[in-house]
Design a protein around this ligand. Structure first.
Ligand SMILES: [Zn+2]
Length: 159
Protein backbone atom coordinates (compact mmCIF):
# COMPACT_ATOMS: atom_id res chain seq x y z
CA UNK A 1 0.00 0.00 0.00
CA UNK A 2 1.19 3.49 -0.76
CA UNK A 3 -0.27 6.56 0.91
CA UNK A 4 0.48 10.03 -0.42
CA UNK A 5 0.10 12.88 2.02
CA UNK A 6 -2.00 15.84 0.94
CA UNK A 7 0.83 18.31 0.36
CA UNK A 8 2.95 16.12 -1.95
CA UNK A 9 -0.25 14.94 -3.66
CA UNK A 10 -1.26 18.53 -4.42
CA UNK A 11 2.25 19.17 -5.79
CA UNK A 12 2.03 16.13 -8.07
CA UNK A 13 -1.37 17.12 -9.44
CA UNK A 14 -0.34 20.73 -10.00
CA UNK A 15 2.85 19.57 -11.75
CA UNK A 16 0.84 17.27 -14.03
CA UNK A 17 -1.64 20.05 -14.84
CA UNK A 18 1.18 22.52 -15.52
CA UNK A 19 2.94 20.33 -18.08
CA UNK A 20 -0.31 19.26 -19.79
CA UNK A 21 -0.61 18.26 -22.65
CA UNK A 22 2.89 16.90 -22.07
CA UNK A 23 3.82 14.25 -19.55
CA UNK A 24 5.42 15.29 -16.29
CA UNK A 25 7.64 13.16 -14.07
CA UNK A 26 9.12 13.36 -10.64
CA UNK A 27 10.40 11.56 -7.58
CA UNK A 28 8.39 10.55 -4.50
CA UNK A 29 10.21 10.72 -1.17
CA UNK A 30 9.13 9.17 2.07
CA UNK A 31 9.33 6.15 4.30
CA UNK A 32 8.42 2.49 4.03
CA UNK A 33 7.61 0.23 6.96
CA UNK A 34 5.57 -2.95 7.38
CA UNK A 35 4.44 -2.97 3.78
CA UNK A 36 3.14 0.58 3.92
CA UNK A 37 4.84 3.36 2.03
CA UNK A 38 4.16 6.95 2.97
CA UNK A 39 5.05 9.72 0.54
CA UNK A 40 5.83 12.93 2.45
CA UNK A 41 7.54 14.97 -0.25
CA UNK A 42 7.93 15.07 -4.01
CA UNK A 43 10.60 16.43 -6.30
CA UNK A 44 9.32 17.47 -9.72
CA UNK A 45 11.94 16.45 -12.29
CA UNK A 46 12.45 17.52 -15.87
CA UNK A 47 11.03 15.33 -18.61
CA UNK A 48 14.26 14.71 -20.54
CA UNK A 49 12.68 12.83 -23.44
CA UNK A 50 14.02 14.20 -26.72
CA UNK A 51 10.86 14.13 -28.78
CA UNK A 52 7.11 14.46 -28.42
CA UNK A 53 6.49 14.51 -24.67
CA UNK A 54 2.72 14.07 -24.92
CA UNK A 55 3.12 10.29 -24.60
CA UNK A 56 6.62 9.78 -23.26
CA UNK A 57 8.82 10.76 -20.38
CA UNK A 58 12.42 10.10 -19.56
CA UNK A 59 14.32 10.66 -16.34
CA UNK A 60 17.99 11.53 -16.27
CA UNK A 61 19.94 9.11 -14.06
CA UNK A 62 21.70 12.06 -12.43
CA UNK A 63 18.35 13.66 -11.53
CA UNK A 64 17.26 10.41 -9.93
CA UNK A 65 20.54 10.24 -8.04
CA UNK A 66 20.02 13.81 -6.81
CA UNK A 67 16.51 12.89 -5.65
CA UNK A 68 17.92 9.89 -3.82
CA UNK A 69 20.50 12.10 -2.08
CA UNK A 70 17.86 14.69 -1.19
CA UNK A 71 15.73 11.94 0.35
CA UNK A 72 18.59 10.60 2.44
CA UNK A 73 19.52 14.07 3.68
CA UNK A 74 15.95 14.31 5.04
CA UNK A 75 16.02 10.82 6.57
CA UNK A 76 13.73 9.54 3.86
CA UNK A 77 14.04 7.17 0.93
CA UNK A 78 13.34 7.55 -2.74
CA UNK A 79 10.32 5.26 -2.82
CA UNK A 80 8.87 5.87 -6.22
CA UNK A 81 8.46 7.75 -9.46
CA UNK A 82 5.37 9.53 -10.69
CA UNK A 83 4.40 10.60 -14.17
CA UNK A 84 1.28 11.75 -15.95
CA UNK A 85 -0.77 10.38 -18.82
CA UNK A 86 -2.39 13.34 -20.61
CA UNK A 87 -5.84 12.42 -21.98
CA UNK A 88 -5.16 8.77 -21.29
CA UNK A 89 -5.93 6.28 -18.51
CA UNK A 90 -3.51 5.69 -15.64
CA UNK A 91 -2.36 2.29 -16.91
CA UNK A 92 1.23 1.06 -17.03
CA UNK A 93 2.36 1.00 -20.64
CA UNK A 94 4.89 -1.32 -22.26
CA UNK A 95 7.28 1.63 -22.42
CA UNK A 96 6.69 2.34 -18.74
CA UNK A 97 7.45 -1.31 -18.00
CA UNK A 98 10.61 -1.28 -20.09
CA UNK A 99 11.91 1.80 -18.27
CA UNK A 100 10.86 0.68 -14.80
CA UNK A 101 12.81 -0.43 -11.74
CA UNK A 102 11.27 -3.21 -9.64
CA UNK A 103 12.12 -1.60 -6.30
CA UNK A 104 10.07 1.56 -6.89
CA UNK A 105 6.36 2.32 -6.85
CA UNK A 106 5.20 3.97 -10.07
CA UNK A 107 2.27 6.33 -9.70
CA UNK A 108 0.52 7.33 -12.92
CA UNK A 109 -1.84 10.32 -12.96
CA UNK A 110 -4.48 10.52 -15.64
CA UNK A 111 -5.07 14.13 -16.68
CA UNK A 112 -8.07 14.84 -18.88
CA UNK A 113 -8.56 18.23 -20.51
CA UNK A 114 -5.96 19.63 -18.16
CA UNK A 115 -7.66 18.40 -14.98
CA UNK A 116 -6.87 15.48 -12.68
CA UNK A 117 -9.03 12.47 -13.46
CA UNK A 118 -7.71 9.40 -11.59
CA UNK A 119 -4.46 7.72 -10.57
CA UNK A 120 -2.98 4.27 -10.04
CA UNK A 121 0.19 2.94 -8.47
CA UNK A 122 2.12 0.09 -10.09
CA UNK A 123 4.73 -2.35 -8.89
CA UNK A 124 6.76 -3.82 -11.76
CA UNK A 125 8.17 -7.34 -11.34
CA UNK A 126 11.89 -8.04 -11.51
CA UNK A 127 11.66 -9.34 -15.08
CA UNK A 128 9.92 -6.09 -16.10
CA UNK A 129 7.28 -8.18 -17.88
CA UNK A 130 4.29 -7.03 -15.88
CA UNK A 131 3.25 -4.63 -13.15
CA UNK A 132 0.81 -5.31 -10.33
CA UNK A 133 -1.55 -2.66 -9.11
CA UNK A 134 -0.70 -1.38 -5.65
CA UNK A 135 -3.32 0.02 -3.29
CA UNK A 136 -3.07 3.79 -3.53
CA UNK A 137 -4.46 6.22 -0.98
CA UNK A 138 -4.44 9.94 -1.47
CA UNK A 139 -6.51 12.90 -0.51
CA UNK A 140 -7.71 14.93 -3.41
CA UNK A 141 -8.97 18.34 -2.39
CA UNK A 142 -11.32 19.79 -4.98
CA UNK A 143 -11.86 23.51 -5.05
CA UNK A 144 -15.63 22.98 -4.85
CA UNK A 145 -15.31 20.76 -1.82
CA UNK A 146 -15.75 22.77 1.40
CA UNK A 147 -14.23 19.97 3.47
CA UNK A 148 -11.12 18.45 1.94
CA UNK A 149 -11.16 15.73 4.59
CA UNK A 150 -14.38 14.46 3.04
CA UNK A 151 -12.51 13.81 -0.17
CA UNK A 152 -10.40 10.94 1.12
CA UNK A 153 -10.30 8.69 -1.84
CA UNK A 154 -9.46 5.06 -2.31
CA UNK A 155 -8.75 4.39 -5.91
CA UNK A 156 -10.28 1.08 -6.94
CA UNK A 157 -8.45 1.33 -10.20
CA UNK A 158 -9.32 0.86 -13.80
CA UNK A 159 -7.95 -1.26 -16.58
ZN1 LIG B 1 3.40 6.15 -18.82
Amino acid sequence: MIRIESEPWAAMVSHARRTYPDECCGAMLGTAADGTKVVSAVMPLENAFQGAQAARYELRPEDLLAADRAARSRNMDLIGIYHSHPDCDAYFSQTDLKNSCPWYSFVVLSIRNGEFHHANSWLPNFEQTEAAKEELIYRHAQSTDPDPLAAVHREEGRG
